[in-house]
Design a protein around this ligand. Structure first.
Ligand SMILES: *Cc1c(COP(=O)(O)O)cnc(C)c1O
Length: 374
């Protein structure tokens, strides 16, 4: 029996990336800035919705700059999802602000608009809202956007995991006042590492580029009126991004096949549910996830360990931020009693969703999981 390692989600390169990297080398545009950076920004902006982009060193940097552009500062309050990767909310602390965490809804696992409304009642002074589209599944974006508009508070949409997903026909990352994308190693496309800030306001994007290159004033000497950051994407990295963009739709399509295959393979096992999404949305299916009903004798950890024994990588659901030691003492707001995200974390698992998985790989994974339920 083959025991080749199966990954959760690893980079998939196509060779075309090298063309742009070689161009960068041939023209000695290896430093930050250069034609690949400008073109990658234009290509991504055109793909998602025709606004403007600033190419940055990471998605985390993009969230940090979005908070600065939104005017968030010391001792301000920012609402963020509890169930997410820590990078969604850590930049709130970078700017000296304080996160208040919001529970997930059952239909998307993302920020619950009902809980968000409750949070506004409790903290009317809130300065910004960050919501994420986890695992590529769009949040209830219209509702979240409308609530933020009603309260006149900027909405930062963390689309780090959802590039290529749509909600009511529009690309995710375009619903917020600011959208952010990530090209980290395991995302739907990767540049080895990198991020993008998206905004309809070109002046904001120009300002982001300014902050990301040490806030250097347009003088002959080095003149600084504001604190800057070294957050710009390099021209070599942007070359990888340009090559990857050509394969984004193909990646999404294979990810969807993987999700549908799992869904079909487990349809007769009542205790297993796939991660849900709204019928008005089309996820990019970045990671296929399941939850196992509380009554089942099989726990998510049993599956993780059974897969691990066979050299197959799976991963727990993001552990909620309000349960993280580093965020101890932060407020957490749900729609009712108890917090749904704790249940999803307890009962959930991310399944291997690598687009290089072969027919045999998928069969191997499914057989291991099914064997636990007989
Ligand atoms: C990956 C990720 C980020 C951060 O992106 P980096 O490019 O790794 O800094 C932010 N939010 C979410 C939800 C992510 O998955």
């Amino acid at each position: 029996m083959t025991n080749k390692k199966i990954y959760l989600s690893s980079p998939t390169m196509h060779g075309e990336e090298l063309k742009y990297i070689n161009e960068a080398f041939d023209t000695n545009w290896v430093a930050p800035l250069g034609p690949n950076v400008n073109e990658f920004e234009k290509e991504l902006a055109a793909y998602v919705g025709g606004g403007y982009c600033a190419a940055l060193s990471s998605g985390t940097a993009a969230i940090h700059l979005a908070l600065i552009l939104a005017g968030v500062g010391r001792d301000d309050i920012v609402f963020g999802p509890s169930m997410t990767f820590s990078a969604t909310v850590n930049p709130i602390v970078y700017v000296g602000a304080r996160p208040v965490f919001i529970d997930s809804d059952a239909e998307t696992w993302n920020m619950d608009p009902v809980a968000l409304e409750k949070a506004f009642d409790k903290y009317p002074e809130v300065k910004a809202v960050i919501a994420a589209n986890l695992y590529g599944t769009p949040a209830k974006l219209d509702e979240i956007r409308d609530i933020c508009k009603d309260h006149n508070v900027p909405f930062i949409e963390d689309a780090a995991e959802s590039l290529g997903s749509t909600y009511k026909g529009a690309q995710t990352g375009t619903f917020g006042d600011y959208g952010i994308f990530s090209f980290n190693g395991n995302k739907i496309i990767t540049t080895s590492g990198g991020g993008m800030l998206y905004c309809m306001d070109e002046d904001k994007i120009k300002k982001a580029r300014f902050y990301s290159t040490q806030a250097r004033e347009p003088e002959r000497h080095y003149e600084h009126k504001e604190i800057g950051y070294n957050y710009r994407m390099s021209n070599v990295v942007a070359g990888i991004g340009r090559g990857q963009m050509k394969h984004l739709d193909e990646h999404v399509s294979i990810k969807k096949d993987i999700y549908m295959e799992y869904k079909d393979a487990f349809k007769d096992i009542e205790a297993i549910r796939m991660n849900p999404y709204l019928s008005c949305s089309e996820p990019n299916f970045w990671l296929s996830c399941i939850t196992i009903d509380e009554g089942s004798s099989v726990k998510p950890l049993d599956i993780l360990l059974a897969l691990e024994k066979e050299n197959v990588e799976s991963r727990p659901i993001w552990k909620p931020m309000h349960l993280q030691p580093v965020y101890k003492g932060s407020d957490m707001i749900g729609a009712g009693d108890g917090f749904l995200c704790e249940k999803i974390f307890d009962r959930g698992l991310c399944l291997p969703s690598d687009i290089k998985n072969t027919r045999e790989d998928m069969d191997r994974i499914i057989t291991i999981i099914r064997s636990l339920f007989v």
